[in-house]
Design a protein around this ligand. Structure first.
Ligand code: GLA
Length: 722
């Protein structure tokens, strides 16, 4: 619900549990007034009055200084000397933009963001949007801040559109959200960081004076940092404490951080990384910043995650597969690598069918001259020796077995050793006169170009039109360097990174709309681009190339800070594990993969009869439980970052089924006893598990008995409410 108190000039954005408020100060300056627990009465204006003049502060909003005030969208060059949200440059060399409130409108529902992924609403949702128009009358520059309030889902989606009606100018940064907190003492910042095969580990650190931020300059959101951060009480835990989180619906370069100033004012911000970003706006042009999703939780990190999970699962992911059970795949990569032909794939499909897998996915190696990873990317037609009868034939053979057929692509890349590159070297990102540095022998296609995007749309369409492909794994296996586009003039080279993302989003939008029956999975050397932007087009992501069950406990747990288990692809693979050689029990591998989108990635022909039987049972059990894993609520009971175990509790939407997943790492022989307390049960109801009955209050206050005494202990319990 959005309320404008016109007398006091205060906007109230209410969700079920939270309120976000802004005031128009002196009829012109838009101030941030409040973000936190839902308020049912008007705020006091001491958020302004308390901020008295400080010696040496420039007094530009007498008797105050904008350097002291909590600004809603700050600009560089003004008397506000903190890290700005907007940076502009005019042709006369001036930087300063002074934004003043012009007007506002309240819309019911939520408009889309042109060319960009964003959360959306459906008929019947309680969602309204406030658009506040700020203007610089000298430059005729206009900023439209929009706030969509998801009342029932407890989230606010923010973005900014910059419209230039004056002379040609440039934007050096345009953040999606910036929030000024006043009087911040003893707070932490939390973000998700890592590397290839170690994605989204949780980092928590104390906020200290100065700037603390994470960013990507990789051309992809990256495995190194994720476009998310949360500021929280230093005492906040999974279940208690104030948490203020921001997540960016974007897959390219970003920055997310907070600057703590001299008087405990904290400016938190998220948006496109200003490094290598410079956007030229001719008169009449505008720039749309991506969407930031703001979530406040008064009940710790667990509640924050549950809000993101539900919003992203139901109002960011789209398409046919958003709400229905998806495929259980057998993926050929770790199964055969480049060592296969069409008969191998047909045989694998047969063996997969026997254990209940429904989709055979042919990974890398099926096209042009792709005998190793050094050639062929860009040439999207069948490898003549491996697939002599073509993809149409292979897909129909797999279909005859009663399986669906899926295919891997890496559309954004080209090998210098390819027909495509030889014909169009200018189609790759490059800096004139410089060598382009390859990674894995490949360089990046310039998706800021329409001709490149059209080529890829046509190449993929032509395959989808001639073979019955029902699943696509969309991979992207390198970060970008020496970034430049042959298609853009010198003054627009600072637009390439963002225009690349716009091109990619256009290609994904076109293909996903054209082929609504295809389930798309995103991948970037595993989880190198696991972000909300990608989830808008593809509802699941190959979480990590690391499928070792112990490592996956941490990767999946960290990922779950923002992203639902329904978005995490998780495969059972062979041991010793191919990435880090650890051996874990088959049962643990199955149990750890099950809450995600279950799949297999191993040669079933080499499995023991016991392993095959367990695989079969796992798929049956998975089909029984997936609704709870994917549509229920998650409570994290033990963190593998803090102890030797991961304990997750999933509770179904109707609250009748509860799954507890307990996975140990090393175990401690003759170790201590412990009780694990469950959450969110009905205290007065009886829950049954393995023939034993418990009251909810007992399970929540005493808990379930547990001994973590064996290496790689893995238990999955189901409690059913009577
Ligand atoms: C990346 C992916 C893998 C696999 C290979 C194929 O590394 O993450 O799953 O598809 O590429 O080359």
């Amino acid at each position: 619900m959005i309320v404008f108190d016109s007398e006091n000039k205060v906007f109230y954005l209410h969700t079920k549990k939270t309120t976000y408020a802004m005031g128009i100060y002196q009829n012109k300056i838009l101030l941030h007034a409040y973000w936190g627990k839902r308020l049912n009465h008007p705020i006091h204006n001491d958020y302004v009055e308390a901020l008295r003049y400080r010696p040496l502060a420039p007094v530009d909003a007498a008797p105050y200084s904008t350097d002291m005030l909590p600004l809603e969208y700050s600009t560089f060059g003004s008397a506000d000397l903190r890290y700005p949200a907007l940076e502009t440059k005019y042709r006369d060399g001036a930087y300063y933009t002074r934004l003043e409130y012009a007007d506002h409108e309240i819309l019911s529902g939520k408009p889309g963001l042109e060319g960009l992924p964003a959360t959306y609403c459906e008929e019947g949702d309680k969602v309204d949007t406030l658009v506040i128009h700020l203007a610089d009358s000298l430059r005729d520059l206009h900023v439209y801040l929009s706030y969509s309030v998801f009342e029932d889902l407890d989230a606010i989606a923010r973005s900014a559109r910059i419209e230039n009606r004056g002379e040609k100018m440039e934007i050096g940064r345009a953040f999606s959200a910036s929030v000024d907190f006043v009087g911040v003492d003893d707070m932490d910042i939390i973000h998700l960081d890592g590397a290839w095969v170690r994605e989204r580990y949780i980092t928590r650190r104390k906020i200290v004076p100065g700037t603390q931020s994470v960013e990507s300059r990789f051309g992809a959101s990256s495995a190194v940092h994720n476009p998310f951060f949360a500021v929280c009480d230093s005492t906040a835990t999974e279940n208690v404490g104030n948490v203020y989180a921001m997540s960016l619906v974007y897959s390219g370069n970003f920055i997310a951080g907070a600057e703590l100033g001299a008087f405990n004012g904290l400016r938190a911000y998220i948006g496109i990384n200003p490094q290598n970003f410079n956007f030229v706006l001719e008169k009449g042009e505008s720039f749309q910043a991506p969407e930031a999703v703001l979530v406040y939780s008064a009940d710790g990190l667990g509640e924050m995650s549950r809000i993101y999970h539900k919003l992203y699962r139901t109002r960011l992911c789209r398409g046919k597969y958003r709400d229905i059970p998806r495929s259980v795949v057998l993926n050929s990569w770790e199964t055969t690598y480049f060592n296969f032909d069409e008969n191998t794939i047909i045989e694998l499909a047969r063996s997969a069918k026997e254990i209940g897998v429904d989709t055979m996915v042919l990974d890398d190696g099926w096209f042009s001259t792709r005998d190793t990873d050094r050639a062929g990317l860009g040439d999207w037609w069948e490898h003549p020796k491996r697939l002599p009868s073509g993809l149409g034939y292979l897909a129909s053979e797999v279909n005859k077995i009663g399986m669906k057929f899926g295919l891997w692509f890496e559309p954004e890349m080209v090998n210098p050793d390819s027909k495509l590159f030889r014909a169009h070297p200018e189609w790759a990102l490059h800096t004139p006169g410089r060598e382009t540095t390859p990674t894995r022998s490949q360089i990046t296609l310039d998706f800021s170009r329409d001709d490149v995007c059209d080529y890829i749309i046509n190449a993929i369409s032509s395959i989808l039109d001639r073979a019955n492909i029902e699943y696509i794994k969309w991979d992207m296996n390198r970060y970008m360097c020496e970034v430049g586009s042959a298609n853009l003039p010198a003054e627009r080279q600072g637009e390439v990174y963002h225009r690349y993302m716009l091109g990619l989003y256009h290609v994904l939008e076109t293909l996903t709309q054209k082929y609504p029956e295809v389930l798309f999975e995103s991948c970037s050397s595993g989880g190198g681009r696991f972000d909300p932007g990608m989830l808008y087009y593809m509802p699941q992501v190959w979480t990590s190339d690391n499928s070792d069950a112990v490592d996956r406990l941490r990767i999946q747990y960290g990922t779950s800070m923002v992203y639902p288990y329904s978005s995490m692809s998780a495969h059972v693979s062979v041991c010793p594990n191919h990435t880090q050689r650890r051996t874990t029990p088959f049962k643990m591998r199955c149990n750890v993969a099950m809450p995600g989108q279950l799949g297999f990635e191993l040669n079933l022909g080499k499995c023991t009869p016991e392993e095959l039987e367990l695989s079969r049972k796992t798929i049956v059990r998975y089909r029984e439980l997936e609704d709870v894993f994917h549509n229920g609520d998650l409570y994290r009971l033990r963190s593998p970052f803090e102890c030797d175990m991961s304990v997750l509790q999933f509770i179904s939407e109707d609250k009748k089924r509860v799954i507890v997943c307990i996975d140990g790492q090393r175990g401690l022989f003759n170790g201590p006893d412990e009780y694990i307390k469950l959450r969110a049960l009905d205290p007065d109801a009886v829950y049954t598990c393995n023939g034993k009955s418990y009251y909810g209050e007992y399970l929540m206050n005493k808990g379930i008995y547990h001994q973590n005494n064996v290496e790689h202990l893995s238990i999955m319990l189901e409690f059913v409410k009577e």
